[in-house]
Design a protein around this ligand. Structure first.
Ligand code: ADP
Ligand code: MG
Length: 637
């Protein structure tokens, strides 16, 4: 909120909101090598303003009757040391000037400020977030904004030295002449010493060309009245890059366009540019970034692909244009089929949008699959940044699941979780008699690598996939198999493991001494667990916990509870390893008639260690410590 300090009839002085002041402080004091970005921001605002008016004028052609051609002028005045950026776009009213240039309305700003506080390199963050208009203060010590909203006859002037506040006043007739005709905005920068290079035309020209070649609005380096008199040529090519044939666009131009729309410093990891024809017709130029945006998992994050209809910008937040699980994709889609005179809100229900979405999804997944073959390290970078988001699609979009599975990567017992594997890799390594795809899900790779439940699989050479993303437990509820092979949790149910190395031993019959032990354990642990049985999964550890067949898998239960999708509590099954010396000793104890407190303490210690190893909280840590101490004392004496 801006605070009103002083009001005269036509001029008022207002304070910046606190976050703007802090931002300005950082920007103005930045010893920043990349000063050019201020111009990129101002041009992008000017082009946005033209885009918006172009859209509004579809409904109301009178708005542009003074001049149907949109254009931007950027010129210097060495005498006054000023650089002025003029557009004949939509313009701003008094209230819009106060609101747009006095506060930061963008939702991400709070998060930006928070991060900036303890960032090593806050300027890098500015690059990622984009400081927009305020970047002007990198090169200017005073900025004057003159603006006339299209369709209004009032001209207002906003002015600030970028310190504590700004003034807004009505413009005199003479002052209004800076505008290009009867609408739009002029931003005049009073250049400080650090910005002197921008008073040299060649420097500005070069900057405009690097940042704005693809901008669909002509940019001139003279005054509007000079252009009107037929002087000067535009300095940019002013053609929408996405409409050009691929062969005419250089990699540098793609990268610059990417930076223009993302305000980012990273390079695109993947660029997809194509023209779709047939049932629906559109041009698309889409990018996958190299770096994950800070708010990828913010539930409020919307897709940011810009929708154009026959070169007219419509919106960069059309729900349903791309799937939420592709929300990291940036770029432009320009449709030939959508009507222009339709409200942005109703667009999301237009069937054309759904068709574009399906086609775009297929293309992106296809290109990712190609990337995985052509550039495996590049693909793994992608997977590390966006894999978890992409997997939401397994849950969300059944029709794209086969294509999604082709690009999903997981860790597994193969190479001990050091290497990403695909499901096809997994299938190719399956044993001849193996029917299922085994997996274990849990908090971290380290925990899963050491999970007792996978011991028996490893010793038999059966590969187990490691699932560590929360989303894994969700898609596993929807997806039951891959190419007819069931996904089977190794921490659930009684798994039939063929046991070649145990073939001499009697199968399925529980030896008498173990039967006795199981009976004793059940007496003490009966309330805590569902069952106790001899394990086939264990080779090294004495015990482990698994979910009963038909129950909810243990890690899944925890994840679902955190997300409040599940209330119940499944009591686990305790499995014991008959080959382990501790279990043998306890069986002997049970056989020898040790019951009561000693057996109870041992039983609970067994159960608690099984809980600990899979990262579950202990139900009664005090009791655990007491028992542990008692056993240690005995052991040490
Ligand atoms: P952003 O462009 O990301 O919204 P900026 O700080 O660059 O952030 O601009 C803030 C707002 O000021 C814009 O959203 C727009 O509403 C308004 N604005 C800035 N420049 C212009 C302009 N030349 N014409 C019309 N409105 C503008
Ligand atoms: Mg902007």
């Amino acid at each position: 909120m801006s605070v009103k300090a002083k009001t005269s009839e036509k001029s008022e002085t207002l304070n910046f909101s606190a976050d703007v002041s802090r931002l300005l402080n950082i920007v103005a004091n930045a010893l920043y090598t990349n000063h050019d970005v201020f111009l990129r921001e101002l041009i992008s605002n000017a082009a946005d303003a033209c885009d918006r008016l172009r859209y509004d004028s579809i409904q109301n052609p009178d708005l542009i009757k003074d001049n149907p051609n949109f254009r931007i002028h950027i010129y210097k005045d060495t005498a006054t040391r000023t650089l002025t950026v003029v557009d004949n776009g939509v313009g701003m009213s008094h209230d819009e000037l106060v609101e747009n240039l006095g506060t930061i309305a963008k939702s991400g700003t709070a998060a930006l400020m928070e991060k900036m506080k303890d960032a090593k390199d806050p300027l890098k963050l500015i690059g990622q977030f984009g400081v927009g208009f305020y970047a002007s203060y990198m090169v200017a010590d005073k900025v004057t904004v003159t603006s006339r909203k299209a369709g209004s006859d009032e001209v207002w002037i906003w002015e600030s030295d970028g310190r504590t506040g700004f003034t807004v006043r009505e413009a005199a007739a003479e002052e209004s002449k800076i505008l290009d005709g009867a609408r739009g905005t002029a931003v005049t920068l009073h250049i400080k010493d650090e910005g002197s290079e921008f008073l040299i035309d060649e420097k500005t020209k070069h900057t405009i060309q690097t940042y704005s070649d693809h901008i669909d609005v002509k940019i001139f380096q003279n005054k509007p009245e000079e252009t009107a008199a037929g002087q000067g040529k535009p300095v940019n090519s002013a053609s929408a890059i996405w409409m050009r044939p691929k062969s005419e666009v250089t990699p540098e131009q793609y990268t610059e366009f990417y930076k223009h729309i993302t305000h980012g410093f990273d390079e695109p990891l993947l660029t997809s540019h194509w023209h779709a024809e047939g049932k629906i017709e559109f041009n698309a130029l889409l990018f996958i970034p190299t770096l994950r945006p800070w708010d990828l998992y913010d539930p409020g994050r919307k897709n940011a692909v810009r929708l154009y209809v026959r070169r007219v910008f419509i919106s960069d937040s059309i729900d349903g244009l791309v799937y939420p699980w592709l929300r990291f994709v940036r770029g432009v889609i320009d449709s030939q089929d959508l009507p222009l005179n339709i409200s942005r809100e109703s667009l999301q229900f237009n069937p054309v949008i759904g068709k574009i979405r399906a086609s775009v999804t297929k293309r992106i997944l296809g290109d990712l699959e190609k990337l995985s073959r052509d550039d495996p390290p590049g693909f793994i970078t992608f997977w590390g940044q966006f894999g978890a988001a992409l997997k939401e699609g397994l849950y969300d979009a059944a029709e794209h699941r086969p294509d999604l599975f082709k690009v999903c990567r997981f860790f597994s017992t193969h190479e001990n979780g050091e290497k990403h594997v695909s499901l096809d890799d997994y299938v190719s390594r399956m044993k001849p008699d193996q029917k299922d795809i085994y997996y274990i899900s849990g908090e971290s790779l380290d925990m899963l690598r050491n999970a007792p439940q996978i011991e028996g699989f490893k010793s038999r050479g059966l590969e187990v996939l490691f699932f560590t993303d929360t989303i894994d437990d969700f898609w596993l509820q929807q997806v039951h198999d891959y190419q007819g092979k069931k996904f089977k949790s190794v921490t659930k149910g009684d798994i039939e493991l063929s046991a070649p190395e145990e073939k001499d031993k009697k199968k399925d019959s529980v030896p008498a001494e173990h039967e006795r032990l199981i009976k004793e354990l059940k007496i003490h642990l009966g309330d805590e667990i569902n069952d106790i049985r001899i394990s086939r999964r264990l080779t090294d550890s004495p015990v482990c916990l698994v979910a009963p067949e038909g129950g909810v898998d243990m890690h899944m239960e925890r994840v679902l509870k955190i997300h409040q999708k599940y209330q119940g509590e499944t009591r686990p099954v305790l499995e014991i390893n008959p080959g382990h010396s501790l279990i043998k000793k306890m069986a002997a104890m049970a056989e020898g008639g040790t019951t009561g407190e000693d057996m109870k303490d041992a039983a609970f210690l067994l159960l608690d260690q099984a809980r600990i190893i899979q990262g579950q909280p202990l139900k009664n840590p005090a009791a655990f410590t007491r028992r542990m101490t008692a056993f240690m004392e005995r052991g040490l004496s």
